[in-house]
Design a protein around this ligand. Structure first.
Ligand SMILES: Cc1cc2nc3c(=O)[nH]c(=O)nc-3n(C[C@H](O)[C@H](O)[C@H](O)COP(=O)(O)OP(=O)(O)OC[C@H]3O[C@@H](n4cnc5c(N)ncnc54)[C@H](O)[C@@H]3O)c2cc1C
Length: 390
């Protein structure tokens, strides 16, 4: 069956929903079709490793069902896009349906990496979807020991939530500290301290060599020879852009869908947004961002570009957050691991640090210091001298 026309958005997450919403706000009156391989209405992912995992809410929908009716957005749920023909301007779905488009938006997000050499044992999981969060929560109800492999943001949040549920948690990270590659080791140490204070056994500078068990995982073996008991193993070693379905389409993929400054891909009438998209920045670098706030910023750019209108040229200071226990870690600007880090507050749990590059303030990271973090926005936007914030 071929259905036709208008703007087709492939993906059922934040980027897809924001794009559809912005299109209607911009008074676009043509057809909008949103194609998602998930059976759920589009939902928000940040709560999955936090409130949902801790059993505090199941309410994660980005918009109620009526929104899609009211806005005349056609939903194709449980429908994976399997290929794209950029000449015919059609997307083929797993059930054989073919959808024609005038403009196509790729918003397919990420697929968590697994560790191929590990056996496929019960109790070993990743966390990207609502169903995965519910399954992990259920396991946590009876588990005693969890091993979280990878101390990036998701690994740290999962460790915090499982610990809050009373599970014994070991957090294993081959880098010298949690979050070392994103925020550097100085702040990584403060994050490790936070977890240790809550009773998480943080093991850094060591990898995992083996998972043991028959049907269900029972033990995790580390490179230093330690053997850890585990009823649950969460693999949090990063994700890759979900682009397999674009193979052979002519859309250039290089660590994500390669886009210009407005989200236009290398194929005509094809755009990409969100975690899957690598946009060119003002300095000409391709940058792919895996954070929530970035999606709304991109939607504000891509929609006017698609409709041939002017986009706002406001300076955007990148922002993301991560909730671990009662501490909200916030990051404003573009700190990098090898920047000079000035820790200006550290009370043993909460902290505030400015990041300096070439004498200018390029970012601020706070743990439990929301007001202070947000106050630095103008200075970071202006790349003010570091002395201005110290
Ligand atoms: C557990 C977790 C916690 C997070 N916490 C934070 C946080 O605290 N702070 C923060 O800033 N960011 C956080 N993030 C990141 C944030 O959620 C993402 O940046 C955001 O979800 C990106 O939205 P997206 O629409 O690009 O991708 P996604 O939300 O991944 O949506 C992509 C959608 O496309 C669907 N799809 C994929 N392939 C196909 C296909 N072939 N056909 C049809 N549909 C397809 C997927 O199933 C999915 O529904 C978190 C992410 C996760 C997973």
């Amino acid at each position: 069956m071929t259905t036709s026309g208008g703007i087709v958005i492939v993906g059922g997450g934040l980027a897809a929903t924001r794009t559809a919403e912005q299109l209607r706000r911009a008074a676009y009156e043509g057809a909008i079709t949103l194609v998602s391989d998930e059976d759920h209405l589009p939902y928000d992912r940040p709560p999955l490793s936090k409130d949902v995992l801790r059993g505090e809410t199941d309410d994660v929908l980005l918009k109620p069902a009526e929104f899609y009716d009211e806005q005349a957005i056609t939903l194709r749920l449980g429908a994976a896009a399997t290929s794209l023909d950029t000449k015919a301007q059609t997307v083929t779905l797993a059930n054989g349906d073919v959808i024609a488009y005038d403009e196509l938006v790729i918003a397919t997000g990420l697929t968590p990496k697994r560790i191929p050499s590990f056996p496929d044992l019960e109790g070993v999981c990743v966390l990207r979807t609502f169903d995965e969060s519910l399954a992990l929560r259920e396991r946590a109800g009876t588990a005693r020991h969890a091993v979280v492999i990878g101390a990036g943001f998701i690994g740290c949040e999962v460790a915090a939530s499982l610990r809050t549920l009373g599970v014994d948690v070991v957090l294993v990270e081959p880098q010298p500290t949690p979050l070392a590659s994103v925020l550097g080791e100085r702040i990584g140490e403060l994050v490790a301290r936070l977890h240790r204070a809550e009773g998480v056994d943080v093991r850094c500078g060591v990898g995992v060599t083996e998972l043991r068990g028959t049907d269900h995982v029972e033990q995790v073996v580390l490179a230093d020879g330690s053997v850890l008991d585990a009823d649950i193993v969460v693999i949090g070693v990063g994700s890759r852009p979900s682009t397999d379905w674009l193979e052979g389409s002519g859309v250039t993929v290089d660590n994500g869908v390669v886009c210009d400054v407005s989200g236009r891909t290398t194929a005509p009438n094809v755009w990409a947004i969100g975690d899957v998209a690598s946009w060119r920045d003002a300095q000409g670098h391709q940058v792919r961002v895996e954070h929530w706030s970035n999606v709304a910023e991109q939607a504000r750019v891509i929609v006017p570009a698609m409709l041939g209108a002017e986009a706002s040229s406001a300076v955007v200071v990148p922002y993301f957050w991560s909730d671990q226990y009662d501490v909200k870690i916030q990051c404003l600007g573009e700190p990098e691991a090898d920047d000079v880090v000035h820790v200006v507050t550290d009370d043993g749990r909460k902290f505030l640090a400015y990041y300096e590059r070439d004498g200018a303030v390029v970012g601020v990271v706070g743990g439990g210091m929301p007001g202070k973090v947000m106050k630095a926005r103008a200075k970071i936007a202006a790349a003010a001298p570091i002395a201005d914030v110290l």
